[in-house]
Design a protein around this ligand. Structure first.
Ligand SMILES: [Zn+2]
Ligand SMILES: [Zn+2]
Length: 338
């Protein structure tokens, strides 16, 4: 059997190691994908540390995968050899359990389907995936462009389009990192009055370049007060994981406003009285399933939303991961097998 190069975590908390593994064979209902690019996401830390229940080792991380279908097993309909596809965090759903039958595919009761967590992901030359996990990739996007849209892009795009905000509404994106730099682009192109919020005056030109009408430096200004001066936000999308930064922005919601949590802070301080008075909502948002990824890619192609990437070869995946973890990457890190 032919081998492939892959990067795996051999034991809980262990390093990322370059290894030779047999090229996997797709099981019934799966395709095999020849990987062209795979984004490095902060959630890959969950694969490395084995934090989520059901994680086993060795494990190949990576859930922002773009590649070409190179083998199709029986039981797959709708996808053919040679098609370019994406695979995200949601590694597919059964279609038969109660949540699936209610259309809540993200909540499929068959939970052992997270790409790069309880099945192997895209830090490799090949990966197998259930056909229910596949998104179609538009020709306008290169694989390097498309990869970060499979998680960072999906998470922000899908949150925004389900936020209840309408064109012209004031929408604030808290954080201008891997998720935030995409969130500002999506919000602006969806027709929202877009506010970018980050630390430091030096980020102002970037926020404006990405499409924000207003930039707020959270070090210099009272974010909540500034948002209220603008009329109060219909939606605030928090892409940071800092609970204090989130709490400081909550007061910027307008009447019936919605605060969306995309990253998990340790804890969050809220004043329920304020929420009651403003009839406001705090909601957490799950990234999405394969059709949501496909819609994200299509909207990215249509609107010109692009991730800014730092690219590393597969052999330097460890370095790529450290770069992502340092928080210094501008803005997304992507691995390419060649
Ligand atoms: Zn992710
Ligand atoms: Zn299901």
């Amino acid at each position: 059997m032919a081998n492939m190069r892959a990067v795996q975590v051999s034991k809980r908390g262990g390093p990322l190691e370059v290894v030779e593994r047999p090229i996997p064979e797709p099981a019934a209902g799966e395709v095999r994908v020849k990987v062209e690019a795979c984004g490095v996401c902060h959630s890959d830390v969950l694969a490395k540390d084995g934090t989520l229940p059901g994680t086993s080792f060795p494990r190949i991380p990576g859930h922002e995968v773009i590649g070409v279908v190179d083998a199709v097993a029986p039981g797959v309909t709708g996808f053919r050899k040679g098609e370019r596809v994406g695979i995200g965090w949601n590694g597919g759903f059964c279609g038969a359990c109660d949540p699936c039958r209610r259309g809540l595919f993200f909540g499929c009761a068959n939970t052992k389907r997270i790409t790069g967590i309880n099945r192997d992901g895209g830090y490799a030359e090949y990966v197998c995936a259930l056909s229910s996990a596949l998104a179609r990739v538009p020709a306008e996007l290169t694989s390097l462009d498309a990869a970060p849209l499979m998680c960072a892009g999906l998470t922000t795009y899908n949150a925004l389009r389900n936020s209840g905000a309408r064109p012209g509404d004031l929408v604030a994106i808290l954080g201008l990192g891997g998720l935030g730099h995409l969130g500002v682009q999506f919000a602006a192109r969806m027709g929202f009055r877009t506010v970018g919020i980050a630390r430091g005056e030096d980020k102002a030109p970037l926020a404006k370049k990405l499409g924000a009408q207003v930039y707020l430096d959270s070090e210099k200004s009272d974010v909540s007060a500034e948002l209220q001066k603008l009329g109060g936000a219909r939606v605030i999308v928090a892409t940071v994981t800092n609970g204090d930064a989130m709490s400081a922005a909550l007061g910027g919601l307008g009447p019936a406003g919605t605060f969306m949590i995309l990253g998990a802070p340790e804890a969050l301080t809220i004043h329920p009285g304020m929420l009651i008075g403003g009839r406001q909502t705090i909601v957490a948002w799950y990234s999405g399933t394969s059709i949501d990824s496909q819609d994200t890619l299509a909207f990215g192609a249509l609107s010109g939303v692009r991730s800014m990437n730092e690219v590393f070869p597969l052999a330097r995946a460890g370095e790529a991961y450290e770069r992502m973890m340092s928080g210094k990457a501008r803005f997304r890190v992507v691995i390419t097998p060649r």
